[in-house]
Design a binder for this molecule. Structure first.
Ligand SMILES: Cc1ncc(COP(=O)(O)O)c(C=O)c1O
Length: 441
């Protein structure tokens, strides 16, 4: 037995050494050729450690969510200081689980169909979709010019007797005005979900984004601050919310035992000796369904990658901030043509990207500059949906709009973003600056 384990360990090490070698080979001879090499807006940044961690996990052959998931979550909770959390297979799933949990009949004070939720009209679709999927009514408000975040000054006007929650994203990593949002939510006893998918490691008033509301959601898609390929997480400080979120992720089951829980009586101690409504006495708690759920778990292999990525987060954020600063300084001279992004005084963003809004007075259109940049191999993106209400899929949704959506429409018409992600070298950033200079001259 011992001999077999030793042999396995030896083979495993050989494999991992070769994986590191493959990484080295791939990294060799990848010069940046201005105008030829694509300058992506974002991408995965990794080294041999992620590749080895994933291969190692494949060799463990656990496959489903297990020890690596637990380790990642422990570290993620310790980093955020939040009490409870679960990993899911995407940021979209994280939002689905968070909203679903607030609607769970198992909660003391759940949201129900027709309840209103205040949210910005400038949206990534799956921040909004779970509201619609759960029969809630979004009440759209405008975003602020330049921060691209929900305008907290509109909250009072947007409220009605039906208002039960606020759902917002920290747009492109730029922290929303969380003190005002939380004051408003406390005043009217509202739930708050922070979509932190683009804002990992951003802070507001010294506190991490995602640690203010009832739920925070994260995406670990390849474009985000850290990645598992695909993946996400949901965090909360409330045990009752955590239990319903977990239930929804795991088929709707009532039991909250961890995978591989050894206690034969289950985590609650009553796996086989309880009566659940009209179910027979002693019906296995693992097969009692308290919610109409999903299965949104990621694989353990993904979490193995997440563990390595989390270690790199401080250096990733530093690089994002540095790239943002360099681009911002270089573009300041073009403020007559571009609206540059701004952050609130208490905000410390770990930028996802740098948004630029082409001013009406500019001698060119967004289409002109986007086309020029793309032709010169610099990738651009629109600021997600812009005004989501103008998209065909949302034509017939039940909703309310509070006030004008002037800035949201401006984003739809005139905003785009370029990358600041840690995979962009100094030479690439210089090239982006020179290319914009060329366009502007
Ligand atoms: C603000 C926001 N929320 C949610 C998501 C969805 O995340 P995922 O792609 O992991 O489903 C994204 C995706 O980029 C996003 O930007």
């Amino acid at each position: 037995m011992e001999e077999r384990m030793e042999a396995e360990q030896k083979f495993r090490q050989e494999i991992l050494d070769r994986v590191a070698r493959i990484y080295e080979l791939r990294e060799q001879d990848r010069p940046f050729v201005p105008g030829k090499t694509r300058v992506h807006y974002s991408g995965r940044v990794f080294d041999e450690k992620e590749m080895q961690a994933m291969v190692d996990s494949v060799l463990d052959f656990w496959l489903t969510l297990g020890p690596k998931g637990k380790e990642f979550l422990t570290q993620f909770l310790s980093y955020t200081g939040m009490r409870y959390g679960l990993v899911v297979n995407s940021g979209s799933s994280a939002n689905l689980v968070a909203v679903g949990a607030l609607c769970s009949p198992r909660l003391e004070n759940p949201l129900g169909p027709g309840d209103e939720v205040i949210t910005p009209a400038l949206a990534f679709p799956t921040t909004l979709n779970p509201l619609l999927q759960n029969g809630l009514v979004p009440v759209f408000v405008d975003v602020e010019e330049g921060t691209y975040n929900l305008d907290a000054g509109r909250l009072e006007d947007a409220r009605s007797d039906l208002t039960r929650a606020v759902v917002l994203a920290h747009t492109l990593g730029n922290p929303a005005q969380m003190d005002a949002v939380m004051d408003f939510a406390r005043r009217y006893d509202l739930y708050v979900i922070e979509d932190t998918c683009d804002a990992l490691d951003s802070r507001y008033d010294g506190k991490l984004c995602g640690t203010f509301g009832d739920f925070s959601t994260y995406s670990f898609y390849a474009a985000h601050h850290i990645t598992m390929g695909e993946g996400g997480a949901v965090l909360t400080n409330r045990l009752d919310l955590y239990r319903q979120a977990l239930s929804l992720r795991d088929w709707g089951r009532d039991c909250f035992c961890r995978t591989g829980e050894q206690n034969p009586n289950g985590a609650c101690g009553h796996r086989f000796d309880h009566t659940y409504e009209s179910l027979p006495y002693g019906y296995d708690h693992k097969y009692v369904y308290g919610n109409i759920g999903y299965n949104l778990k990621p694989l353990d292999i993904q979490c193995a990658m997440g563990i390595e990525q989390l270690k790199k987060l401080p250096s990733f954020s530093e690089k994002r901030k540095r790239n943002f600063r360099r681009l911002y300084r270089a573009l300041e001279k073009y403020q007559d043509s571009f609206l540059l992004p701004r952050s609130l005084p208490k905000a410390d963003p770990s930028w996802f990207a740098l948004p630029l809004t082409v001013r009406k007075e500019a001698a060119f259109s967004r289409r002109d500059i986007v086309r020029f940049l793309e032709e010169n191999q610099i990738e651009t993106r629109m600021l997600f949906a812009g005004n989501i209400l103008r998209h065909p899929g949302y034509r017939n949704i039940r909703h309310r709009v509070c006030g004008s959506l002037e800035h949201t429409d401006d984003v739809l018409l005139n905003t785009f973003f370029i990358g600041v992600y840690p995979g962009l070298s100094d030479a690439m950033i210089e090239y982006v600056i020179r290319t914009i200079d060329r366009f502007m001259s």
